[in-house]
Design a protein around this ligand. Structure first.
Ligand code: GLA
Length: 650
């Protein structure tokens, strides 16, 4: 049960919010959906206030008509539980269930996601509305899948959250002694002598406890998962044959460990909004989603017809909607869905675009949407074989959260950013990579990259060791393996857990002042580029040094005695990149930040704007560049062109 009921091939559609429109528009909607080849829409995501206008009184008549209309048009329904946006009456009836921020402010209704996931009233109301929907629509022929909630990721610091956090901590640690040990309670008099003293990380005087902050994120992830599970159980009870999913959001701000959640969804579904570099960000998101799905089908549930950059909403280039959609499909998505079907004319997201834009059907966007809908069925065969990935990049939500603590040796430390760089370099070099957790089975990969994996468990360390012993190559970057799962340093020299595997011992870190660089030189004095941002005093303990720190290049205005610079300069002649034979494989260590070009050279790659993904005998090729590109043994692709073909086709 891992695919929307009644859909054999790829899914195509988007969020459909008919409650925002008069009924005469609905008829036009379904006619246009048919024209565009839409076969699945997500309905009711934010409709709680319309479904339950006052506590316990329900109005399903309008939704009945919507589902019947869609069914008549052959469009199947991914029916949402509306719990991401409780109605205004809910907050007035249950003020204790509204979000409290870390600084103690209680939020009020007026946006969305304003609830505490630990508040009993919210949990009860969520299960109740999910149950009402399930009872009402369990026999409806359009029902294809359940879409629980929307983009889980909102935390709360209220007393309900505090109580639930304590329960979670008791389950995790058993005793206060174990908690005090894990949180290093002996530092700054933070030793707890009763559970009631334990708090969520609320606003405090100076640096907060990093282990407490990390555990609070773990707790929030599990707490939201409990909310998802409760709804899933209710839905399952009434509709045992309908898959249940929720749409995952990308971004370090969400305290959700999607990899753990993935196993609890029948289908992994993700939302993705690339910003600065859409082709590369799309490839990264799709490869990460595939990693979460662990080989199961997954679905791009929401993307936009425009590009949101944070400061502007930019029209996509001609053909870009199709190219990015193709990239998702090539990398494993079994469909393409959008936020949203029809662009809203009011409300907070009226400028977020739609498959039917404000201009209506006579528009470039709707024409491209219709072309994409016509293309998708022809891709089904090519999507059957698994995506072939020769490399893996390791990403761990918890390691990323740990690097968000204040008080680290440098600001700007960023696990996900470093993972993205590693993935970007492989992507531009034509290597399809899986983005997977450090505990994943690594036996299929020749090359595994470990970018700034600050926190690592003993089991995951053993997994990396097995990969190298078995003949694989591991490339580890600075600040990996340093801390244990409680964010405590592994003492005796960095990179703690990985010292013997890498054959090195790092004595000191030397973060570099912004704009400064250290030249990197090979054994024969050859120029191997520069290191920036970070450097380390590395001792060889079995490894060799293919690159050493050379001449320092200070930023303008930085002198030899300025903080940070003097220490960086002291590394002259010491190892910068190391290589260690271990078992049948090789483990490299990069103790500084390399540019994309230097990392690409280290990995022996040649950048190209042509995206190539192989799946069995099929090749997906997308030219994201401004020049023609030759597909190996295939056609010459014009700028923006694409081809999906059998590899050995003439
Ligand atoms: C996400 C959300 C949608 C909407 C869009 C905005 O996908 O799930 O509800 O907010 O972002 O583009």
């Amino acid at each position: 049960m891992d695919w929307p009921k009644g859909i054999g091939g790829l899914c195509y559609g988007g969020d459909y919010n008919p409650e925002q429109w008069p009924e005469e528009v609905w008829k036009e909607d379904v006619a246009l959906m048919r024209r565009a080849g839409v076969n699945l829409v997500s309905v009711g995501v934010f409709s709680w206030a319309r479904l339950e206008p006052s506590p316990g009184s329900y109005d399903f008549a309008w939704l009945d008509r919507v589902l019947d209309l869609l069914h008549g048009a052959g469009v199947r329904v991914n029916l949402a539980t509306p719990t991401a946006s409780p109605p205004p009456w809910f907050g007035l009836a249950h003020p204790d269930a509204l979000t409290v921020t870390a600084d103690g402010t209680r939020l009020t209704h007026g946006s969305r996601d304003t609830y505490c996931v630990s508040a009993p009233a919210y949990r009860e109301a969520s299960a109740r509305i999910a149950g009402e929907l399930a009872r009402r629509y369990r026999g409806h022929p359009a029902l294809a899948m359940w879409h629980v909630h929307n983009e889980y990721g909102t935390g709360c610091h209220c007393d309900h959250a505090a109580a639930a956090f304590r329960t979670w901590l008791r389950d995790r640690y058993g005793t206060l002694d174990a908690l005090n040990d894990a949180w290093t309670g002996s530092f700054w008099s933070q030793h707890h002598s009763a559970w009631e003293q334990v708090m969520p990380p609320r606003a405090t005087r100076y640096l907060p406890n990093p282990a407490q902050a990390l555990d609070f994120r773990r707790f929030l992830s599990d707490e939201m998962l409990a909310h998802f599970r409760e709804q899933k159980a209710v839905l399952r009870e009434h509709t045992p044959d309908v898959p249940v999913t929720t749409n995952f959001v990308f971004g370090d701000w969400v305290p959700v460990d999607h990899r753990r959640w993935a196993a609890e969804t029948d289908l992994v579904a993700v939302d993705h909004y690339p910003a600065a570099d859409p082709p590369q960000e799309t490839a990264f998101a799709a490869d990460l989603a595939r990693g979460w799905a662990g080989g199961r089908p997954w679905l791009l549930m929401e993307q936009a017809v425009v590009t949101y950059t944070g400061s502007r909403m930019i029209a996509k280039r001609p053909g870009e909607i199709t190219r990015l959609s193709l990239s998702h499909i090539a990398r494993g998505s079994r469909g393409v869905m959008f936020f949203q079907w029809r662009a809203s004319r009011g409300g907070a997201e009226l400028w977020h675009g739609g498959m039917v834009p404000h201009a209506g059907e006579d528009s470039r966007i709707f024409r491209e949407i219709t072309e994409l809908g016509a293309l998708l069925p022809s891709l089904e065969e090519a999507c059957r074989a698994p995506v072939e990935a020769g490399a893996a990049v390791l990403w761990d939500a918890e390691a990323g959260w740990a690097l968000q603590a204040p008080g680290l040796p440098s600001t700007g430390l960023d696990h996900t950013g470093t993972v993205r760089q590693a993935h970007r370099v492989l992507y531009r070099g034509g290597v399809t990579a899986d983005v997977v957790h450090p505990s994943a089975d690594l036996s299929a990969y020749r090359l595994v990259l470990v970018p700034a994996l600050y926190l690592i468990s003993d089991d995951d360390t053993a997994n990396l060791r097995r990969h190298v012993e078995g003949g694989g190559t591991l490339v580890v970057t600075y600040l990996s393996g340093v801390a244990d799962p409680c964010a405590r340093v592994r003492t005796g020299g960095y990179p703690g857990a990985l010292r013997d595997l890498l054959g090195i011992r790092v004595e000191e870190f030397h973060p570099l002042p912004p704009g400064t660089a250290l030249a990197l030189t090979g054994p024969g004095g050859e120029d191997l580029g520069t290191g920036t941002f970070w450097s380390e005093h590395v001792h060889l303990e079995g490894a060799e040094a293919p690159a050493r720190y050379g001449t320092p290049v200070p930023a303008p205005g930085i002198g030899p005695h300025d903080a940070g610079w003097g220490a960086g300069a002291a590394l002259h002649g010491l190892p910068a990149i190391t290589r260690h034979r271990y078992g049948a494989g090789t483990a490299l260590y990069v103790s500084t930040r390399l540019s994309d070009a230097d990392l690409s050279r280290l990995l022996g790659l040649e950048p190209s704007p042509l995206e190539l993904v192989r799946r069995g005998e099929w090749v997906f090729a997308v030219n994201h560049g401004d020049d023609e590109q030759q597909v190996p043994d295939g056609p010459l692709l014009p700028p923006g062109g694409y081809a999906v073909r059998r590899a050995r086709q003439g």
